[in-house]
Write a protein that binds this ligand. Structure first.
Ligand code: G6D
Length: 342
């Protein structure tokens, strides 16, 4: 495989790079703006949403396209949490809640990077020092996001971190897929399969109601694989509330023993996702507000679907949701792999 580094434009006086990897008829690119995945091309088909330059990427900041999300993914209710009796207050960057690490989260930071070009894979190691108190989080956090692309068309994203104080850490990648190759066709023709007996109902503001619910008999039962369009035609209060999926699915056995599969049967194309995380948030781009252009075309609702592997959001405020505390001087490491099969 070959790679090249090309300019990705200047944003707020900082020059950004695009690292483009070619593997036969597949091209994939990453940028040090938010340690993002930016493009995944099969021939001329765009399989994910991204941008031609950093200025356009900033216009899409509210949707976090392809971005590394941190220190936390999802929402922290009222932006407040406690660790061992010490209370913390995070900035409220979405109405009354904290979303995706705050107004200066990982997604628009400039990450340092180095490239390891190996025979069977190319690895981009992004690193960042997130200062104590940044976005209200305690602890100086040393974070790494390692994007690895392999000759078998697997993309792995590994998060590593340590902090010098107890803090919260629940990172994810916010990639949006549309396997049709153009978002002019919605993802309602995509089939989704997740080995999850339970999911997390949410309130209208996107925060968890507070319990895990069985998927049985609901639009969230995708254990055997179902078409998104068929699921959205079901009568389901949670799909109606969010006008689609914007929910955590709780992966059976706490990590995917059977891969998550997103496919377009008629194109004989799919993504297999394996992860060591215990949940995956699926968001189907239910609204486009403000209007957005991606790859030069206006976006419509259901233009793409995210598969954000993570600990259940807001776990710090809900018993039974898992652990999102990163203890002082304790290393965090997690890997999710998305393999393209076509
Ligand atoms: C919406 O509720 C959704 C989030 O889950 C998503 O990450 C964001 O849009 C981009 O706020």
């Amino acid at each position: 495989m070959k790679y090249s580094i090309i300019p990705y434009g200047t944003l707020n006086g900082i020059d950004y790079d695009l690292i483009q990897i070619n593997n036969k008829d597949v091209t994939i690119s990453f940028t040090n703006l938010g340690a993002r995945i930016n493009q995944w091309l099969l021939g001329s088909d765009n399989l994910i949403l991204g941008f031609d330059n950093s200025q356009d990427a900033q216009l899409g900041e509210g949707y976090y396209y392809g971005a590394s999300i941190g220190r936390i993914a999802g929402r922290i209710s009222a932006g407040s949490f406690s660790i061992d009796g010490t209370d913390y207050q995070l900035p409220l960057n979405e109405s009354e809640n904290h979303l995706h690490g705050g107004p200066n989260g990982f997604d628009l930071k400039r990450w340092d990077y180095e490239i390891n070009d190996k025979e069977e894979s190319i690895q981009i190691i992004f690193s960042l020092l997130d200062q104590d108190g940044e976005n209200g989080f305690p602890g100086n956090l040393k974070a790494q996001v390692i994007h690895t692309y392999s000759v078998d068309n697997s993309w792995s994203v590994t998060f590593k971190a340590t902090s010098d104080k107890d803090t919260l850490f629940n990172p994810t990648n916010h990639v949006y897929f549309n396997l049709n190759g153009s978002h002019a066709q919605t993802i309602l023709n995509h089939k989704l399969k997740i080995d999850a007996d339970t999911y997390v109902p949410v309130k209208v503001d996107g925060t968890p109601v507070g319990e895990l619910s069985s998927v049985e008999g609901t639009a969230f039962d995708v254990r055997e694989g179902k078409l998104i369009g068929d699921l959205f035609n079901m009568v389901d209060d949670q799909v109606k509330l969010k006008n689609g999926f914007d929910h955590p699915f709780v992966i059976n056995h706490g990590a995917s023993k059977t891969p998550i599969v997103l496919s377009v049967p008629e194109l004989q194309r799919h993504i297999e996702v394996s992860t060591d995380r215990d949940a995956v948030v699926v968001y189907t781009h239910n609204v486009v507000e403000p209007p957005m252009k991606i790859w030069g075309e206006e976006l419509q609702p259901y233009a793409a679907i995210t598969l954000e592997t993570q600990t259940i959001p807001d776990a710090i405020n809900h018993a039974g949701f898992g652990n999102d505390i990163l203890r002082k001087d304790t290393p965090f490491e997690s890997t999710t792999t998305y393999r393209l099969v076509y």
